[in-house]
Design a protein around this ligand. Structure first.
Ligand code: NDP
Ligand code: 8X3
Length: 258
């Protein structure tokens, strides 16, 4: 059927998250914490994980467990506990991630490379592999990528490689999942004001503050909103990718400062 401008517009109701369950990694801060709250606000019960378990949000319908995505046993324990309490998984948000340093690649160290790749890449693979057998039909996996996984910029080679890998994995998994009723989305943010820069600059708060100076950066809630949008489409709709930037950012490095 071809719709014309005079046809009545029928908007389909959002999928409800009442009776749904979710797993969010890296929920002790920033985008992960905001996403966990957004999913819970929409009715889901949510298992949240991070290394700093004491910072995980505490509210009704949350199940908080320690999780180090770089550690295979920690991931297995986390998924076992989450599944035992939730009874199955409808939504997995692979959010845990970090960058270390903003230096030319030749100043990179083996230790930093291992941490970034283990967290951003192997962590996503592990959690996805462990959760997949428990994800119910109609379920959804959301990977938090980055504009860094779409266009390179200087002095961040390892982080950029990790986020390109996340996008590649998401595209490839979509192929493997074809024919199964599991949705898959990558949400790729630009500048979001979180603890990300403080971690990247190894605790240098002043340097981190400057990243968000005089720019109307995205807030973690803006990304949570996108995740919520993706996971509440009708069953036949798969949002493959969402690229989200503040109006003040046009590329990974072109930022309009007021
Ligand atoms: P934050 O530093 O605020 O949050 C990062 C989260 O990841 C924390 O909860 C941290 O918890 C968790 N984490 C880090 N390492 C591990 C680990 N080994 N095991 C489990 N959890 C871990 O940063 P953001 O909220 O900004 O980052 C979230 C995601 O968004 C990351 O994947 C990041 O790459 C991505 N992103 C961020 C952007 C930004 O501008 N902020 C833009 C684009 C993408 P804990 O330390 O307690 O373990
Ligand atoms: C984090 C945002 O622009 O520093 O992924 O890569 S950026």
């Amino acid at each position: 059927m071809i719709f014309t401008g005079s046809d009545p517009v029928k908007v389909r109701a959002l999928v409800s998250l009442e009776d749904k369950t979710a797993v969010v990694t890296g929920a002790s801060s920033g985008i992960g914490a905001a996403t966990a709250h957004a999913l819970a606000d929409a009715g889901a019960r949510v298992a949240v994980g991070a290394r700093r378990v004491e910072l995980l949000p505490d509210r009704d319908g949350f199940y908080a467990f320690d999780l180090d995505v770089t550690d295979r046993e920690s991931c297995e324990r986390f998924v076992d506990r989450a599944v035992a309490d939730l009874g199955g998984i409808d939504i997995l948000v692979n959010n845990a991630g970090l960058s270390l340093g903003r230096d030319p690649f030749w100043e990179s160290t083996d230790a930093d490379e291992t941490t970034v790749i283990e967290t951003n890449v192997l962590g996503v693979l592990r959690l996805t592999r462990l959760c997949l057998p428990h994800i119910r039909d109609g379920g959804h996996i959301v990977n938090i990528g980055s504009v860094a996984g779409r266009e390179p910029y200087e002095n961040a080679a390892v982080y950029i490689a990790s986020k390109f890998a996340v996008r590649g994995f998401t595209y490839a998994l979509r192929q493997d999942l074809l024919g199964r009723p599991i949705h898959l989305t990558t949400v790729d943010p630009g500048l979001v004001e979180t603890n990300f820069s403080k971690v990247r600059f190894r605790g240098d708060e002043e340097r981190a503050r400057k990243v968000y100076e005089d720019v109307d950066a995205l807030k973690p809630e803006d990304i949570a909103d996108c995740v919520l949008f993706a996971v509440t489409r009708p069953p036949n709709v798969n949002i493959d990718e969402l690229v989200v930037k503040t109006i003040d950012q046009s590329t990974a490095t072109r930022i309009h400062r007021h």
